[in-house]
Ligand binder design. Structure first.
Ligand SMILES: C[S@@+](CC[C@H](N)C(=O)[O-])C[C@H]1O[C@@H](n2cnc3c(N)ncnc32)[C@H](O)[C@@H]1O
Length: 356
């Protein structure tokens, strides 16, 4: 990537290595550039604001989720970095530092030991996987159903020098191509919320985990404060679903009971958003300015919006790019509103064990 092609106030402070050129060239993922606009149309139609229904999203979850990640991955990498998740925030930490600490916490809770064979369920482009493998001297396999993200992740693994110990498998986490009892530890970061059925997904994780070993995750959930009969709450939930490729956001209680139904023994669980010294949603707060996450600030988003418009106009970014940018903005608004009302959390943590 030429630094001259990179419009990047943020690269000055090293928030994300992806610049405007990567944003434009990666937009649409594996979708043919001429088909991006129609893919956006099809994606939007899965959601309630565009007449879609939950049953249809669940029945077509592979198509819906893959379209979503083909369309948004380069935006994520550009704005957020290599790890696509939130984190509790502490004073004095950059977003990147908080994200790494959140990843280390999982490694610590799982008791990872050198030599362990670990599975990352729904691994994105592998930011957490590289960090956790290096932090704990383990081999981590990333499971992901999105081909574009795997191609990107493999290139980043080679660049980080972890390609000898870490790899990716392209498959659906509802039916994993691994034998029973084959992993020493499993984790999932903000990924299993895409599952059409939590019990089915957790049962697969249970099957491939060795007896006596642990599974830990951060789940996206509606909290007890969510009232399904409140129209404003419903609107916020729908905004989060469309903006994030989700069939239906489960409650913390539903996740907990699904874990038990799958056969797990619950060690402990907690919504970590409750104890975050600074709000986890700080990066989504447009009134907040941060140099280290400049692209997420009001000014940064304004620049990105115009940049995408310009790139689409001159043909460097495919037609439909601005529409993707727009539903991502809807997502950010929904997440922020859900967070302020405390009806939504992206960090419902649990540590569970497969009995001996
Ligand atoms: C929000 S991203 C989180 C990625 C990663 N855990 C991270 O924190 O950077 C959710 C991930 O789950 C993956 N995913 C969604 N549904 C999946 C499925 N049915 N099977 C496998 N992976 C899936 C997506 O492709 C994406 O990589």
């Amino acid at each position: 990537m030429s630094p001259y092609l990179t419009f990047s106030p943020a690269s000055l402070v090293n928030m994300s290595k992806a610049g405007a050129f990567d944003l434009a060239s990666g937009l649409g993922g594996k979708i043919e550039k001429n088909d991006v606009l129609s893919a956006v149309d099809k994606y939007e139609k899965y959601h309630s604001d565009f007449g879609g229904a939950e049953a249809e999203r669940k029945a077509n979850y592979t198509d819906m989720v893959n379209k979503y990640y083909d369309l948004v991955t380069s935006f994520y990498e550009y704005g957020w970095g290599e790890s696509f998740h939130f984190a509790p925030r502490w004073k004095g930490e950059s977003l990147r530092e908080s994200i790494k600490r959140h990843e280390h916490f999982l490694a610590l809770q799982l008791g990872l030991k050198p030599g362990y064979k670990v599975l990352d369920v729904g691994c994105g482009i592998g930011g957490p996987l590289r960090e956790i493998a290096q932090f704990s001297s383990t081999s981590v396999m990333g499971l992901n159903n999105n081909e574009y993200q795997i191609t990107r992740g493999k290139a980043l693994n080679r660049a980080a020098g972890v390609d000898g110990t870490c790899d990716f498998t392209k498959a659906d986490f509802m039916k994993m191509p691994f034998s029973d009892n084959s992993f020493d530890a499993v984790y999932a970061i903000e990924a299993t919320c895409h599952a059409p059925d939590a019990v089915g997904c957790y049962k697969e994780i249970y099957r491939i985990l060795k007896p006596g070993q642990s599974f830990a995750a951060y789940e996206w959930c509606m909290t007890d404060a969510f009232d399904p009969n409140n129209q404003e709450h419903q609107k916020i939930k729908a905004e989060i679903e469309i903006g994030n490729g989700l069939p239906d956001i489960r409650s913390t209680r539903q996740c907990l009971s699904a874990l038990k139904d799958a056969g797990f023994e619950v060690i402990w669980e907690k919504d970590l958003a409750k104890d975050s010294p600074l709000p986890w949603y700080l990066p989504l707060d447009t009134s907040h300015f941060s140099l280290s996450s400049f692209r997420l600030t009001a000014v940064g988003r304004f620049i990105t919006r115009n940049l995408v418009m310009g790139l689409e106009y001159v043909g460097l970014a495919p037609k439909g790019s601005q529409r993707v940018q727009s539903f991502l903005e809807t997502a950010a608004e929904g997440l922020f509103a859900g967070a302020k009302k405390e009806i939504f959390t992206p960090m419902y943590f649990f540590l569970v064990r497969k009995p001996q």
